[in-house]
Design a binder for this molecule. Structure first.
Ligand SMILES: Nc1ncnc2c1ncn2[C@@H]1O[C@H](COP(=O)(O)OP(=O)(O)OP(=O)(O)O)[C@@H](O)[C@H]1O
Length: 305
């Protein structure tokens, strides 16, 4: 489970000291949300000084919302992602599956800078993710992520969880942010939980609140990392139904899940990973009925037993 929920605050500042004025750089300064109850939101020391942490430059990727080219990543000596090549268009629904430890979470965490790749290139929404961009910010803040463990702020109400980023990152007026949050809480069918704290909700309700919170930032793409694995079986359906609704609305989605029924119903493509590689990329019908890879066949047969 991810313990590090960061919110990114974007501060636009003209690049200082560029005598030619040719590089219209937009420094992206990152603040970190307080992680202890009551600590509120504080800028990192560097951000408080107005320091430069990263420079984003728009890259033309044609119709690709997400582009991964020969991406590699290591944890120490362990090669966790190898030769990852992936192109995802706006509106596509991708399900990523594979055995435990195959690198699925790491792959999607690289897309929003919770992890850093070491080789190759990742471009998200026209922005290349370089080492200088430490976390999502600017155009990348339009990526929503939903974690297995919900990661709601426990000391904030559900409504406050949903309005925090729109108020601080998007600078929305409180009235508008709250109206938007309530609209999404209605959509995920928990408007009556708005004034409660996460600990007072069921797991399924917390996960739907987490989805509503992500939607409040008007994301262009949503990443889901095993969103139902921590839920009791009776709560899985309510979360999957919410995700199916999002898919039907045309949201670009990358979903790491073992819920193969969801994959069959929703996915445009299924990506199967093994030992850090994408070993099969197929439409759901072929993937489930005629998997091309021996490892996928074994994986699917084990799921059925
Ligand atoms: N921070 C880390 N440091 C070292 N190794 C890590 C780290 N995070 C993950 N790993 C290792 O990298 C491999 C891939 O992990 P990852 O979580 O991406 O796999 P996964 O396919 O999502 O697995 P699961 O289905 O069990 O969640 C695993 O062997 C894991 O132990």
């Amino acid at each position: 489970m991810d313990q590090h929920l960061h919110l990114q605050y974007e501060v636009h500042r003209r690049a200082a000291g560029d005598p030619r004025g040719a590089r219209r750089a937009v420094p992206l300064l990152i603040f970190r949300a307080g992680r202890t109850p009551g600590s509120g939101v504080r800028p990192s020391p560097m951000a408080a000084r107005g320091g430069l942490q990263g420079v984003a430059m728009r890259i033309e990727t044609h119709d690709a919302m997400i582009l991964m080219e020969d991406v590699g990543k290591w944890y120490g000596d362990f090669h966790v992602l190898q030769d990852i090549n992936l192109k995802i268009s706006a509106g596509e629904r991708i399900v990523v599956c594979g055995p435990s430890g195959s690198g699925k979470s790491t792959l999607i965490r690289c897309l929003n800078r919770l992890e850093h790749h070491q080789t190759g290139r990742i471009v998200v929404n026209g922005v290349e993710l370089t080492d200088r961009i430490r976390q999502l910010s600017g155009p990348l803040s339009e990526i929503g992520m939903v974690f297995q463990g919900f990661n709601l702020f426990p000391h904030l109400t559900i409504l406050e969880n949903c309005t925090l980023a729109p108020l601080t990152v998007r600078k929305m007026k409180r009235k508008d942010a709250e109206a938007k949050a309530m609209a999404f809480l209605e959509r995920v069918k928990i408007p009556d939980q708005a004034s409660k704290y996460p600990g007072q909700l069921s797991g399924g309700q917390q996960q739907r609140a987490a989805i509503a919170r992500a939607l409040c930032m008007s994301p262009k793409v949503m990443l889901f990392d095993e969103p139902t694995s921590a839920l009791d079986p009776e709560m899985v359906k309510e979360v999957l139904d919410t995700m199916v609704g999002l898919a039907q609305d045309g949201m670009t989605m990358i979903v790491v899940t073992h819920e193969m029924g969801f994959a069959r119903q929703v996915a445009d493509r299924v990506i199967f990973m093994d030992k850090g590689r994408i070993v099969e990329e197929n439409n759901p019908q072929d993937f489930f009925e005629n998997p091309a890879n021996e490892r996928s066949k074994l994986f699917l047969s084990q799921l059925l037993h």
